[in-house]
Design a protein around this ligand. Structure first.
Ligand SMILES: CCCCNCc1ccc(S(N)(=O)=O)cc1
Ligand SMILES: [Zn+2]
Length: 249
């Protein structure tokens, strides 16, 4: 069978190891972040985001999420500092969400789930020539995770900068893609402070699939061909001895 995966009963996270054995690897994501078990590392630099000259090129529903892609021909739009040794170039951002109520984030904080989680995906353009190459390398990607919870928030323009909270305090740990191919290539940087988005925005999944083309994330939804894409989050994975560092005390 070709690599069809989703979030349903048959093809969801508990089945992914059949096609992607790395699902049971030693640096899988997401994880449950337990603040009292994190280690404050004073040598961790602040993260620096240069998103001012970012050029989004498209938005698409890939059957697993809504993805906004960026023009990544140069380091204009990049993340630096933090646990990173050089600039990582912004490739895309996307979201993970639930259905009703407050579960939907991938990372959890002492078991607390948020309504949704934004992932800003960057790749190590200093060491690799393409995103695909970087995505398979242990130091290839850096994903900035931002929790979203309910109320109303500004959403002017499309600069990812307006999607960020006031504080850039973060946790960081070595992990993986949270969807197949689950490559263990991600340095995760998860911001502690959530941003606020409106209940109706988070509760209501994005535009339904266009008629006829029903992405696989929708196909296995039971309840009679509902057109909603929801619950596209992977549950927390074993820490396997990894250290989670905090940039703040
Ligand atoms: C070489 C093919 C890789 C495509 N994979 C994209 C991708 C990017 C980010 C994440 S996430 N959810 O870990 O940020 C998952 C999957
Ligand atoms: Zn993601």
């Amino acid at each position: 069978t070709c690599h069809q995966w989703g979030y349903g009963e048959e093809d969801g996270p508990s089945a992914w190891h059949n096609d992607y054995p790395i699902a049971q690897g030693n640096r899988q994501s997401p994880i449950d972040i337990v603040p009292t078990e994190t280690v404050y590392d004073a040598s961790l630099a602040p993260i620096m985001l240069s998103y001012d000259l970012c050029t989004s090129v498209n938005i698409s529903n890939n059957g697993h999420s809504v993805v906004v892609e960026f023009d990544d021909v140069d380091d204009r739009t990049a993340i630096r500092g933090g646990p990173l040794e050089n600039a990582y170039r912004l490739k895309q951002f996307h979201f993970h969400w639930g259905g009703k109520g407050c579960h939907g984030s991938e990372h959890t904080v002492s078991g607390k789930t948020y309504a949704s989680e934004l992932h800003l995906v960057h790749w190590n353009s200093a060491k690799y020539k393409t995103f695909g190459e970087a995505a398979a390398a242990p130091d290839g990607l850096a994903v900035l995770g931002v929790f979203l919870e309910g109320s109303t928030a500004d959403f002017r323009g499309f600069s990812p900068k307006c999607l960020l909270p006031n504080s850039l305090n973060y946790w960081t740990y070595p992990g993986s893609l949270t969807t197949p191919p689950l490559h263990e290539s991600v340095t995760w940087i998860v911001l502690k402070e959530p941003i606020l988005v409106s209940e109706k925005q988070v509760g209501k999944p994005p535009a339904v699939a266009t008629d006829g083309e029903v992405p696989n994330a929708v196909v296995q939804r039971r309840g009679g061909g509902q057109k909603r894409m929801e619950n596209n989050f992977r549950p927390p994975q074993p820490l396997k001895g990894r250290k989670v560092r905090a940039s703040f005390n």
